[in-house]
Design a protein around this ligand. Sequence first.
Ligand SMILES: Nc1nc2c(ncn2[C@@H]2O[C@H](COP(=O)(O)OP(=O)(O)OP(=O)(O)O)[C@@H](O)[C@H]2O)c(=O)[nH]1
Ligand SMILES: [Mg+2]
Ligand SMILES: [Zn+2]
Length: 308
Amino acid sequence: MQDRLENGLVIRVTGGDVWVRVGSHVLVCSLRGRLRVKKDALQVVAGDRVVALRDPGGSGVTLETVLPRASHLSRWVERGGGARAIVANVERLFVVTSLVDPPLRPVFVDRMLAAAEWGHAPLAVVLNKTDLASPAEVDEISAVYRACGYVVVPTCAQSGAGIEALEALLGEGVYAFVGESGVGKSSLLNRLDPEVVRVTREVAERTGRGRHTTSSSELFPFRRGFLADTPGMQTFGFPGRDPTELAACFPDIAAHEGDCRFNPCTHSHEPGCAIKAAVEGGTLAASRHGSYLAILEEIRTHAKEQSW
Ligand SMILES: Nc1nc2c(ncn2[C@@H]2O[C@H](COP(=O)(O)OP(=O)(O)OP(=O)(O)O)[C@@H](O)[C@H]2O)c(=O)[nH]1
Ligand SMILES: [Mg+2]
Ligand SMILES: [Zn+2]
């Protein structure tokens, strides 16, 4: 008889192998035929909860089902890629950015935040490398994201400043760090738990994939829960394709819902738009409205391409 392993936790996916934690054991599972067939159906990511079957005789373990996700972060991949998940079932997603080296790219940060909102993932913003920015810059950017209702944690992975505040947000379940390459996600993990980066470095060296750059999402046990490191990204397409869903993914814009003269209002060209008035009146950051418009444009362009 097959041994059924309920509620496994996917800690890593490499090629065709899915690393699943069941209790204190880690099993390397292969994907069942059915889950392999369609490329989309193969969407198994770190944080997924799964059911696995141990083959009779104990020769191997196959993945049977991926359970529905409570939350996820996904991005849109062009050329038939669709919405591709990066990490699932997070208690909180830490969107990490630096202000300098690499410089802050507000649209990129806002895309990740909006995508996380779309996937129902609770959020926090981490402003790392505070040693390279002025306190005034840190305050200014913190204010933009606090106005969205997000917890903002300024940190310096190098000196350890802000790490305690970050740690205070961690509990049971899965917590993930996401953000552009080089902002310091792995360094923050290393600060929280020095064991973690020792492991990532070994992996990076074994696979010969460049220095310490993270190449796949991976969950590390931390206290009562798990921390996920994810690969840095250079582009981030908004996963949703419905323009009317976008405003709800910007809490600071959604707060003005119903205040515009027209309903629905796309907050782009319409007269009497409450969002434009809020930007002009200085109560809404122009960068946030700009990001919203950039994503709206991207969704519309894509819709036009599809209908040709
Ligand atoms: N000055 C300064 N440098 C930092 C800080 N945090 C990280 N760094 C440096 O930034 C570089 C990139 O850090 P990583 O932790 O590898 O960045 P990452 O976000 O994991 O990058 P990817 O894995 O490529 O996505 C390293 O050289 C770190 O030493 C910080 O707070 N201040
Ligand atoms: Mg990294
Ligand atoms: Zn409007």
